[in-house]
Design a protein around this ligand. Sequence first.
Ligand code: PBG
Length: 334
Amino acid sequence: MSNPILAPYPAARLRRLRKSAAMRALTTEVSLGVSNLIWPIFVTEIAGGEGEIASMPGVERLTLDGAKRAAEYAARMGIPSICVFPHSDPDQKTETCERAWDPDNIGNRAIRAIKEVAPELVVMTDIALDPYNANGHDGIVRDGVIVNDETVEALVKMALVQAESGADLLGPSDMMDGRIGAMRTALEAAGHTDVAILSYAAKFASGFYGPFRDAVGASGRLVGDKKTYQVNPSNREEALRCVARDLAEGADMVMVKPGMPYLDICREVKDRFGAPTYAYQVSGEYAMLEGAIRNGWLSRDVVAESLLAFRRAGCDGVLTYYAPYLAETLAQKG
Ligand code: PBG
């Protein structure tokens, strides 16, 4: 798209279109609505594990009942989707991660509980081994190496059990090679033809995930870092190759993560592939905004502004811990 040639000043006065609220409304290019939101929640199976997360003020780990209430709330407010993250019992984390595909793990119980009270919600999941892995990695570790193909087999089992539990949208966040194709094939074979995949396609090895790792109790455990599977923050071309690959393997939707520091990638993904594109405004972005807001350094208006940026960058939707806050704000505006 090219810009129209501007007449020289004073024929062109760009302030004419900013003169009144109505004129600004008329010339608004993109908007952010409640239908653009996916709300990530943390669900705990640990007695006393519920409550506020220190590095994410305002965000709580929920019990199963709390997750049900959140789902009812989302349905009432018009938030179309909830994404479930498990806070699992540390005593049951193992090197082989078998709880990841246990139908009764907390993630799968939460899916069923949410479907019970709000069947119309799109229930999204996380597929990665970290909540169930003794060493905090997304994949199986053998002799210090995160082994790809064996991890993919485990992830496929996880995907099938989540689909069986009633998930609508699977979110592989593990960044192993070949997992999307393997999951799609297995889902089709098992008759889960309508279960969609939102691939964490361009997921960068980011420092912005810190508070999330606190939230799911993975912080102290992680041995080393995730740089052998998540994308180098310097690499735009590589991120685009990841997206191309995941779409070719059968991803229905793709994600860029983190969000705000990677808006250039969002725009390029949308322009190049035209696929349903989502960004994850991750825990560290939330902590950064919320910390400044609570200190009085920023006004709460920056929340909507930060989310609007994703729409401007071409995203169809955003995973954000601010989903309930934004839903309230939009409802008040009418
Ligand atoms: C791990 C996973 C992470 C997030 C979602 N899934 C963290 C990581 O890769 O270490 C981060 C989300 C956030 O920071 O809000 N599979």
